[in-house]
Design a protein around this ligand. Sequence first.
Ligand code: PHE
Length: 341
Amino acid sequence: MLNQLETLAKTAQAELSQLSTSDALNAWNSKYIGRKGEITQMLRRVGELSKEERPIFGQRANELKRDLESGYEEKIAAIKIAEMEQAMQASALDVTLPGRPISRGRLHPSTQTLRRIYQIWADMGFQIYRSRDVETDEMNFQLLNFPPHHPAREMQDTFYTTNPDVLLRTHTSPGQIRVMRQYYPEPIRVILPGMCYRHEQITARSEIQFHQVEGLAVGHNIRFSDLKGTLINFTNRLYGQGRPTRFRTSHFPFTEPSAEMDVECFLCDGKGCRICKYSGWLEILGCGMVHPNVLRNGGYDPDKFSGFAFGMGPERITMLRHGIEDIRYFWGNDLRFLEQF
Ligand code: PHE
Protein backbone atom coordinates (compact mmCIF):
# COMPACT_ATOMS: atom_id res chain seq x y z
CA MET A 1 0.00 0.00 0.00
CA LEU A 2 2.96 2.26 0.69
CA ASN A 3 4.19 1.77 -2.88
CA GLN A 4 0.74 2.49 -4.18
CA LEU A 5 0.75 5.70 -2.17
CA GLU A 6 4.19 6.72 -3.49
CA THR A 7 3.09 6.18 -7.09
CA LEU A 8 -0.12 8.08 -6.54
CA ALA A 9 1.75 10.99 -4.99
CA LYS A 10 4.20 11.04 -7.90
CA THR A 11 1.34 11.13 -10.41
CA ALA A 12 -0.31 13.90 -8.45
CA GLN A 13 2.92 15.94 -8.36
CA ALA A 14 3.42 15.47 -12.08
CA GLU A 15 -0.13 16.57 -12.83
CA LEU A 16 0.16 19.54 -10.55
CA SER A 17 3.19 20.89 -12.40
CA GLN A 18 1.18 20.94 -15.64
CA LEU A 19 -1.69 23.04 -14.31
CA SER A 20 -2.05 26.74 -15.04
CA THR A 21 -5.55 27.87 -14.09
CA SER A 22 -7.20 28.12 -10.73
CA ASP A 23 -10.16 26.06 -11.98
CA ALA A 24 -7.87 23.19 -12.96
CA LEU A 25 -6.02 23.55 -9.69
CA ASN A 26 -9.21 23.30 -7.67
CA ALA A 27 -10.23 20.20 -9.59
CA TRP A 28 -6.83 18.71 -8.88
CA ASN A 29 -7.22 19.54 -5.20
CA SER A 30 -10.49 17.69 -4.83
CA LYS A 31 -9.21 14.79 -6.93
CA TYR A 32 -6.21 14.12 -4.67
CA ILE A 33 -6.12 15.92 -1.36
CA GLY A 34 -9.70 17.10 -0.84
CA ARG A 35 -12.04 15.41 1.60
CA LYS A 36 -12.85 12.68 -0.92
CA GLY A 37 -9.49 12.83 -2.70
CA GLU A 38 -7.55 9.72 -3.55
CA ILE A 39 -4.69 10.43 -1.16
CA THR A 40 -7.05 11.27 1.65
CA GLN A 41 -8.94 8.07 1.10
CA MET A 42 -5.79 6.05 1.10
CA LEU A 43 -4.82 7.59 4.41
CA ARG A 44 -8.09 6.40 5.89
CA ARG A 45 -7.17 2.86 4.99
CA VAL A 46 -4.31 2.84 7.49
CA GLY A 47 -6.40 0.51 9.62
CA GLU A 48 -5.99 -2.26 7.06
CA LEU A 49 -2.28 -2.41 7.82
CA SER A 50 -0.53 -4.36 10.51
CA LYS A 51 0.40 -2.65 13.74
CA GLU A 52 4.09 -2.45 12.72
CA GLU A 53 3.41 -1.01 9.29
CA ARG A 54 1.02 1.66 10.45
CA PRO A 55 3.43 4.27 11.90
CA ILE A 56 5.77 4.04 8.91
CA PHE A 57 2.88 4.35 6.48
CA GLY A 58 1.24 7.07 8.49
CA GLN A 59 4.38 9.17 8.70
CA ARG A 60 5.20 8.85 5.03
CA ALA A 61 1.59 9.44 4.04
CA ASN A 62 1.44 12.66 6.04
CA GLU A 63 4.73 13.77 4.56
CA LEU A 64 3.50 13.18 1.05
CA LYS A 65 0.22 14.88 1.73
CA ARG A 66 1.95 17.91 3.22
CA ASP A 67 4.21 18.15 0.16
CA LEU A 68 1.23 18.04 -2.13
CA GLU A 69 -0.62 20.59 -0.07
CA SER A 70 2.26 23.04 -0.03
CA GLY A 71 2.80 22.47 -3.73
CA TYR A 72 -0.82 23.30 -4.24
CA GLU A 73 -0.65 26.43 -2.04
CA GLU A 74 2.40 27.71 -3.89
CA LYS A 75 0.86 27.12 -7.25
CA ILE A 76 -2.50 28.61 -6.39
CA ALA A 77 -0.83 31.77 -5.02
CA ALA A 78 1.21 32.17 -8.20
CA ILE A 79 -1.82 31.60 -10.40
CA LYS A 80 -3.97 34.05 -8.43
CA ILE A 81 -1.35 36.73 -8.98
CA ALA A 82 -1.07 35.89 -12.67
CA GLU A 83 -4.83 35.95 -13.07
CA MET A 84 -5.11 39.26 -11.27
CA GLU A 85 -2.40 40.76 -13.43
CA GLN A 86 -4.24 39.53 -16.48
CA ALA A 87 -7.52 41.04 -15.32
CA MET A 88 -5.83 44.35 -14.63
CA GLN A 89 -4.18 44.32 -18.01
CA ALA A 90 -7.50 43.64 -19.72
CA SER A 91 -9.24 46.59 -18.07
CA ALA A 92 -6.20 48.81 -18.02
CA LEU A 93 -6.51 52.57 -17.51
CA ASP A 94 -4.49 54.67 -19.86
CA VAL A 95 -3.45 57.45 -17.55
CA THR A 96 -1.75 59.30 -20.39
CA LEU A 97 -5.06 59.94 -22.21
CA PRO A 98 -5.98 63.63 -22.13
CA GLY A 99 -8.95 64.35 -19.84
CA ARG A 100 -12.38 65.19 -21.18
CA PRO A 101 -13.14 68.87 -20.67
CA ILE A 102 -15.52 69.56 -17.78
CA SER A 103 -18.18 71.97 -18.94
CA ARG A 104 -18.31 74.75 -16.41
CA GLY A 105 -21.44 76.55 -15.35
CA ARG A 106 -21.49 80.28 -15.71
CA LEU A 107 -23.44 83.27 -14.53
CA HIS A 108 -26.82 83.95 -16.05
CA PRO A 109 -26.67 86.99 -18.37
CA SER A 110 -29.06 88.87 -16.07
CA THR A 111 -26.84 88.13 -13.08
CA GLN A 112 -23.83 89.42 -14.99
CA THR A 113 -25.62 92.67 -15.76
CA LEU A 114 -26.95 92.94 -12.20
CA ARG A 115 -23.47 92.54 -10.76
CA ARG A 116 -22.10 95.20 -13.09
CA ILE A 117 -24.89 97.55 -11.98
CA TYR A 118 -24.26 96.79 -8.28
CA GLN A 119 -20.58 97.52 -8.74
CA ILE A 120 -21.16 100.90 -10.32
CA TRP A 121 -23.67 102.01 -7.69
CA ALA A 122 -21.46 100.67 -4.90
CA ASP A 123 -18.61 102.78 -6.27
CA MET A 124 -20.93 105.78 -6.01
CA GLY A 125 -21.82 105.01 -2.40
CA PHE A 126 -25.16 103.23 -2.78
CA GLN A 127 -25.93 100.22 -0.58
CA ILE A 128 -28.01 97.25 -1.69
CA TYR A 129 -31.34 96.90 0.08
CA ARG A 130 -33.25 93.66 -0.42
CA SER A 131 -36.98 94.16 -0.29
CA ARG A 132 -39.64 91.47 -0.45
CA ASP A 133 -41.23 89.94 -3.58
CA VAL A 134 -44.62 89.44 -1.93
CA GLU A 135 -46.11 92.78 -1.07
CA THR A 136 -49.28 94.33 0.20
CA ASP A 137 -51.52 96.36 -2.05
CA GLU A 138 -50.81 99.25 0.30
CA MET A 139 -47.04 99.17 -0.26
CA ASN A 140 -47.14 98.37 -3.95
CA PHE A 141 -49.78 101.00 -4.83
CA GLN A 142 -51.45 103.08 -2.13
CA LEU A 143 -48.39 104.46 -0.37
CA LEU A 144 -46.80 105.13 -3.75
CA ASN A 145 -49.55 107.58 -4.54
CA PHE A 146 -51.43 105.43 -7.06
CA PRO A 147 -54.98 106.78 -7.25
CA PRO A 148 -57.56 104.16 -6.21
CA HIS A 149 -58.62 103.19 -9.70
CA HIS A 150 -55.30 103.46 -11.46
CA PRO A 151 -55.20 100.99 -14.39
CA ALA A 152 -52.00 99.33 -13.06
CA ARG A 153 -54.09 97.83 -10.26
CA GLU A 154 -56.27 95.86 -12.62
CA MET A 155 -56.29 92.08 -12.48
CA GLN A 156 -54.79 91.98 -15.98
CA ASP A 157 -51.60 93.59 -14.71
CA THR A 158 -51.13 92.28 -11.21
CA PHE A 159 -50.78 88.82 -9.72
CA TYR A 160 -52.97 88.82 -6.64
CA THR A 161 -52.92 86.06 -4.04
CA THR A 162 -56.16 84.60 -2.69
CA ASN A 163 -56.02 87.52 -0.31
CA PRO A 164 -56.74 90.57 -2.53
CA ASP A 165 -54.56 92.75 -0.30
CA VAL A 166 -51.49 90.57 -0.91
CA LEU A 167 -49.80 90.47 -4.32
CA LEU A 168 -46.55 89.90 -6.13
CA ARG A 169 -44.84 93.25 -6.47
CA THR A 170 -45.25 94.74 -9.92
CA HIS A 171 -42.17 96.92 -9.49
CA THR A 172 -39.40 97.39 -6.94
CA SER A 173 -40.73 100.82 -5.87
CA PRO A 174 -42.58 99.57 -2.74
CA GLY A 175 -39.08 98.98 -1.35
CA GLN A 176 -38.74 102.78 -1.24
CA ILE A 177 -41.33 102.96 1.52
CA ARG A 178 -39.69 100.11 3.44
CA VAL A 179 -36.25 101.72 3.25
CA MET A 180 -37.55 105.11 4.34
CA ARG A 181 -39.44 103.68 7.28
CA GLN A 182 -36.35 101.78 8.37
CA TYR A 183 -33.78 104.56 7.86
CA TYR A 184 -35.68 107.62 9.06
CA PRO A 185 -34.31 110.22 9.81
CA GLU A 186 -30.98 109.27 8.20
CA PRO A 187 -30.11 110.27 4.65
CA ILE A 188 -30.59 107.39 2.18
CA ARG A 189 -28.48 106.11 -0.71
CA VAL A 190 -29.67 102.64 -1.73
CA ILE A 191 -30.40 100.49 -4.72
CA LEU A 192 -33.15 97.88 -4.51
CA PRO A 193 -32.68 95.03 -6.96
CA GLY A 194 -35.13 92.19 -7.35
CA MET A 195 -37.67 90.25 -9.34
CA CYS A 196 -40.98 91.85 -10.33
CA TYR A 197 -44.11 90.19 -11.63
CA ARG A 198 -46.82 91.26 -14.02
CA HIS A 199 -49.81 89.38 -15.25
CA GLU A 200 -49.14 89.85 -18.93
CA GLN A 201 -49.27 87.99 -22.18
CA ILE A 202 -45.80 86.50 -22.63
CA THR A 203 -44.31 87.76 -25.88
CA ALA A 204 -40.89 88.53 -27.30
CA ARG A 205 -41.11 91.91 -25.55
CA SER A 206 -42.86 91.12 -22.27
CA GLU A 207 -42.43 88.46 -19.63
CA ILE A 208 -44.47 87.80 -16.49
CA GLN A 209 -41.31 88.11 -14.42
CA PHE A 210 -38.30 90.36 -14.82
CA HIS A 211 -35.74 92.16 -12.72
CA GLN A 212 -35.67 95.78 -11.77
CA VAL A 213 -33.04 97.81 -10.01
CA GLU A 214 -34.62 100.65 -8.10
CA GLY A 215 -32.56 103.49 -6.74
CA LEU A 216 -33.40 105.92 -3.97
CA ALA A 217 -31.58 108.92 -2.54
CA VAL A 218 -33.17 110.99 0.22
CA GLY A 219 -31.54 113.85 2.07
CA HIS A 220 -31.55 117.58 2.61
CA ASN A 221 -31.50 119.68 -0.50
CA ILE A 222 -31.39 116.93 -3.13
CA ARG A 223 -32.34 118.50 -6.47
CA PHE A 224 -33.22 117.41 -9.97
CA SER A 225 -29.69 118.35 -11.04
CA ASP A 226 -28.40 115.75 -8.55
CA LEU A 227 -30.64 113.16 -10.18
CA LYS A 228 -29.35 114.05 -13.63
CA GLY A 229 -25.72 114.24 -12.59
CA THR A 230 -25.85 110.92 -10.75
CA LEU A 231 -27.61 109.08 -13.57
CA ILE A 232 -25.29 110.52 -16.22
CA ASN A 233 -22.37 109.38 -14.08
CA PHE A 234 -23.92 105.91 -13.97
CA THR A 235 -24.55 105.65 -17.71
CA ASN A 236 -21.04 106.89 -18.44
CA ARG A 237 -19.69 104.04 -16.36
CA LEU A 238 -22.02 101.46 -17.89
CA TYR A 239 -21.94 102.54 -21.53
CA GLY A 240 -18.63 104.35 -21.73
CA GLN A 241 -17.51 107.89 -21.05
CA GLY A 242 -19.06 110.58 -23.19
CA ARG A 243 -21.99 108.61 -24.59
CA PRO A 244 -24.76 111.24 -25.06
CA THR A 245 -27.87 110.99 -22.89
CA ARG A 246 -31.16 112.83 -22.74
CA PHE A 247 -34.08 113.16 -20.33
CA ARG A 248 -37.67 113.21 -21.55
CA THR A 249 -40.59 114.21 -19.38
CA SER A 250 -42.76 111.33 -18.27
CA HIS A 251 -45.23 110.39 -15.58
CA PHE A 252 -45.13 108.10 -12.56
CA PRO A 253 -47.55 108.52 -9.64
CA PHE A 254 -44.73 108.36 -7.09
CA THR A 255 -42.34 110.91 -8.62
CA GLU A 256 -42.81 114.58 -9.49
CA PRO A 257 -41.42 115.70 -11.83
CA SER A 258 -40.83 112.40 -13.65
CA ALA A 259 -38.57 111.61 -16.55
CA GLU A 260 -37.31 108.86 -18.78
CA MET A 261 -33.67 108.66 -19.61
CA ASP A 262 -32.29 107.68 -23.01
CA VAL A 263 -28.73 106.96 -24.09
CA GLU A 264 -27.57 107.38 -27.62
CA CYS A 265 -27.84 104.04 -29.39
CA PHE A 266 -24.46 102.37 -28.93
CA LEU A 267 -25.08 100.01 -31.82
CA CYS A 268 -25.39 102.68 -34.51
CA ASP A 269 -23.93 105.68 -32.64
CA GLY A 270 -27.19 107.54 -33.05
CA LYS A 271 -27.47 107.10 -36.81
CA GLY A 272 -30.59 104.94 -36.47
CA CYS A 273 -30.85 101.15 -36.66
CA ARG A 274 -33.26 98.29 -36.08
CA ILE A 275 -32.47 98.07 -32.34
CA CYS A 276 -33.19 101.74 -31.61
CA LYS A 277 -36.09 101.65 -34.08
CA TYR A 278 -34.32 104.26 -36.20
CA SER A 279 -34.57 106.89 -33.46
CA GLY A 280 -30.89 106.91 -32.53
CA TRP A 281 -31.84 106.64 -28.82
CA LEU A 282 -32.40 103.80 -26.38
CA GLU A 283 -34.68 104.24 -23.39
CA ILE A 284 -32.93 102.83 -20.33
CA LEU A 285 -34.74 103.93 -17.18
CA GLY A 286 -37.54 105.84 -15.48
CA CYS A 287 -36.78 108.37 -12.79
CA GLY A 288 -37.96 111.46 -10.94
CA MET A 289 -37.99 113.42 -7.72
CA VAL A 290 -39.70 111.48 -4.93
CA HIS A 291 -43.29 112.72 -4.66
CA PRO A 292 -44.00 114.65 -1.41
CA ASN A 293 -46.79 112.19 -0.55
CA VAL A 294 -44.35 109.28 -0.89
CA LEU A 295 -41.76 110.98 1.33
CA ARG A 296 -44.48 111.58 3.88
CA ASN A 297 -45.63 107.95 3.67
CA GLY A 298 -42.04 106.90 4.35
CA GLY A 299 -41.93 109.16 7.41
CA TYR A 300 -39.84 111.99 5.92
CA ASP A 301 -41.15 115.57 6.09
CA PRO A 302 -41.18 116.84 2.48
CA ASP A 303 -40.51 120.38 3.73
CA LYS A 304 -37.21 119.26 5.20
CA PHE A 305 -36.25 116.39 2.91
CA SER A 306 -36.18 115.74 -0.78
CA GLY A 307 -34.99 112.86 -2.89
CA PHE A 308 -34.78 111.20 -6.25
CA ALA A 309 -35.63 107.70 -7.40
CA PHE A 310 -35.07 105.69 -10.53
CA GLY A 311 -35.87 102.24 -11.85
CA MET A 312 -34.16 100.26 -14.58
CA GLY A 313 -34.59 96.84 -16.15
CA PRO A 314 -31.43 94.71 -16.30
CA GLU A 315 -32.98 92.36 -18.87
CA ARG A 316 -33.62 95.27 -21.15
CA ILE A 317 -30.08 96.53 -20.62
CA THR A 318 -28.75 93.03 -21.39
CA MET A 319 -30.93 92.74 -24.49
CA LEU A 320 -29.69 96.03 -25.85
CA ARG A 321 -26.09 95.26 -25.03
CA HIS A 322 -26.08 91.85 -26.73
CA GLY A 323 -28.73 92.40 -29.40
CA ILE A 324 -31.05 89.78 -27.86
CA GLU A 325 -34.37 89.96 -29.67
CA ASP A 326 -36.62 87.89 -27.42
CA ILE A 327 -37.02 88.35 -23.65
CA ARG A 328 -38.38 84.79 -23.32
CA TYR A 329 -34.83 83.44 -23.65
CA PHE A 330 -34.02 84.72 -20.17
CA TRP A 331 -36.15 82.22 -18.25
CA GLY A 332 -36.32 79.55 -20.96
CA ASN A 333 -33.37 77.63 -19.48
CA ASP A 334 -32.04 76.82 -22.93
CA LEU A 335 -28.31 76.14 -22.64
CA ARG A 336 -27.79 77.11 -26.27
CA PHE A 337 -28.73 80.63 -25.22
CA LEU A 338 -27.15 80.67 -21.77
CA GLU A 339 -23.79 79.30 -22.92
CA GLN A 340 -23.25 82.30 -25.14
CA PHE A 341 -22.54 84.54 -22.16
N1 PHE B 1 -41.42 101.70 -10.87
C1 PHE B 1 -41.32 102.25 -12.20
C2 PHE B 1 -41.72 101.16 -13.21
O1 PHE B 1 -41.91 100.05 -12.82
C3 PHE B 1 -39.94 102.73 -12.50
C4 PHE B 1 -39.54 103.92 -11.66
C5 PHE B 1 -38.88 103.77 -10.46
C6 PHE B 1 -39.82 105.23 -12.09
C7 PHE B 1 -38.52 104.86 -9.70
C8 PHE B 1 -39.46 106.29 -11.34
C9 PHE B 1 -38.82 106.14 -10.17
O2 PHE B 1 -41.83 101.42 -14.39
